[in-house]
Design a protein around this ligand. Structure first.
Ligand code: BG6
Length: 489
């Protein structure tokens, strides 16, 4: 039996998280190829009905237009926060906060510009060498996502992304290149960011143009299947090349509550939960769960599989389950329940919860529930690799950024994490999302800020890019120094 824990373990990995496509900029420097995320054109979020005017789905007509007339549009993810040229300064600030780990992703088209080359782009590889060396200088352990919502756009044009089996070997080549190159610098890896994104935006998660497939739902599961195989092959290769590597899978965890104790609502909550845990179920156990076989049969989902796939899944099971956590959802028995399950925007509101400025429900207790459920289900370590508050920050007259709302949000989540650890959950670490302000994935806004570090830039890309620590910067520094004991009043 594991000993009773009173708080965060000594080796707990405190830190922050980012993604290449939201921070790097330099979208065409040093031989980098265009990526799927380079096509997310800015749309005024306030012009739509919702503040969540998602910009991340691109169809084939838009893609042609963006490729042919790039000057007519703004593409914020192409400039990011120019981490490419500021990484030394940014990592020094992370070190000042006492980060033990820094989650970042590698841009696939920086390494293989079209994804099809036999040889990698040396300048791209060298950039990440420098970034990892800089981390190591301060004793910061890099946590690397291989594919965080971007891939070479050529693979979308040529194969329509992950609906093609061809992508598996291309990804394996990419993964092996990374493991071989960084084997002495990176121990913690995640193959794909939030794989269940495929059910929200197939373009974002898998580079698939939805208007080019007959059945979007079937395509989402087909793409997921190929990603499962690619991920398992990568895990297997990673373990061979770096014997002490820890390689995880990742989902966007949404805790689903039933609206009432009506049995039909409860059953619906169970089904919503299964849609969410489907991904780690496959990647931890190395096989498809039975509930999914029924789901496929009843929804007429027929995906192409090969016999050997199932051996590969077994050979490439993960070492830990990583997840992001932002919100809980409410489910009920209604005709569109299946469509709503797992979607970012839920029409059913929870009257007990406050919302962020982007209408995301704030629910720290659901984090404790999720941690317990996931650990009970998998019995392998968990890693909370994203969590945070997107908010509009204001630079005060004193030149500072006072963000008590962010401190409050993160503090409440840390309290629940600690409770879950006391419940017996094995949690490896916590990397808050957007530890430095970055471009929003969903809306391509700069003004949706998550960071402890403010970056002077607006939604249109104007600004000095100056970095300014916010009040939360100094607060988080104290949290890390006290290993989660001192959370302020
Ligand atoms: C996660 C993604 O789903 O949510 C990140 O992995 C993203 O890339 C984060 O930035 C927050 O979402 P948004 O839309 O507020 O940027």
């Amino acid at each position: 039996m594991r000993e009773l824990k009173k708080g965060f373990p000594e080796d707990f990995l405190w830190g922050g998280a980012t993604a290449a496509n939201q921070i790097e900029g330099a979208f065409d420097e040093d031989g980098k190829g265009l990526s799927t995320s380079d096509m997310a054109a800015y749309k005024d979020p306030y012009a739509g009905e919702s503040v969540n005017n998602f910009t991340f789905n691109v169809n084939s007509i838009e893609l042609e237009e963006y490729l042919n007339n790039p000057d007519k549009y703004l593409f914020p993810k192409r400039w990011g926060i120019d981490f490419f040229h500021h990484y030394k300064e940014d990592i020094a600030l992370f070190a000042e906060m006492g980060f033990k780990t820094f989650r970042l992703s590698i841009s696939w088209p920086r390494i293989f510009p079209t994804g099809l080359e036999e040889e990698p782009n040396e300048a791209g590889l060298a950039f990440y060498d420098n970034v990892f060396d800089e981390c190591r200088k301060y004793g910061i352990e890099p946590l690397v996502t291989m594919s965080h919502y971007e891939m070479p756009i050529t693979l979308t044009q040529k194969y329509n992304g992950w609906v093609s089996r061809e992508l598996i070997s291309l990804f394996e080549k990419y993964a092996r290149t990374l493991f071989n190159r960084y084997k002495n610098k990176v121990k913690y890896w995640i193959t794909f960011n939030e794989m269940n994104m495929n059910l929200n935006s197939l373009y974002t998660g898998a580079g698939v143009l939805e208007d080019k497939v007959d059945n979007v739902e079937e395509a989402a599961y087909q793409a997921s299947h190929y990603q499962f195989i690619a991920s398992a092959l990568a895990v297997k290769a990673g373990h061979e090349i770096i014997p002490d590597a820890k390689i995880g899978c990742m989902i966007n965890r949404i805790e689903s509550y039933a609206k009432t104790c009506k049995p039909e609502d409860q059953l619906q909550a169970l089904k919503a939960d299964q849609i969410n845990t489907f991904y780690p179920d496959v990647q931890v156990r190395g096989e498809y769960p039975n509930y999914m076989k029924r789901f496929f049969a009843e929804n007429n989902i027929n995906i192409e599989v090969e016999e050997r796939d199932f051996e590969i899944l077994k050979e490439g099971t993960v070492d830990f389950v990583a997840f992001s956590y932002y919100m809980s959802h409410v489910t009920e028995d209604r005709p569109d329940a299946k469509e709503i399950a797992g979607k970012l925007d839920s029409p059913i509101k929870n009257p007990y919860l406050e919302l962020t400025q982007w209408d995301w429900p704030i629910d720290p207790i659901a984090l404790r529930i999720s941690l317990n459920k996931l650990y009970d289900r998998y019995n392998i370590p968990l890693f909370l690799v994203e969590n945070g508050l997107g908010a509009k920050d204001v630079v005060s007259e004193d030149g500072k950024i006072h963000d008590p709302y962010r401190i409050d949000y993160i503090k409440k989540h840390i309290i629940e994490m600690k409770e879950a650890i006391k419940d017996g959950v094995e949690l490896m670490g916590y990397t808050t999302w957007g530890c430095i302000d970055l471009i929003s994935c969903g809306t391509s806004q700069m003004s949706k800020r998550y960071g402890f570090i403010y970056v002077d830039q607006d939604d249109k890309g104007n600004g000095s890019l100056k970095r300014i620590p916010k009040d939360s910067f100094y607060w988080y520094k104290e949290v890390i120094a006290s290993n989660g004991e001192n959370l302020g009043e």
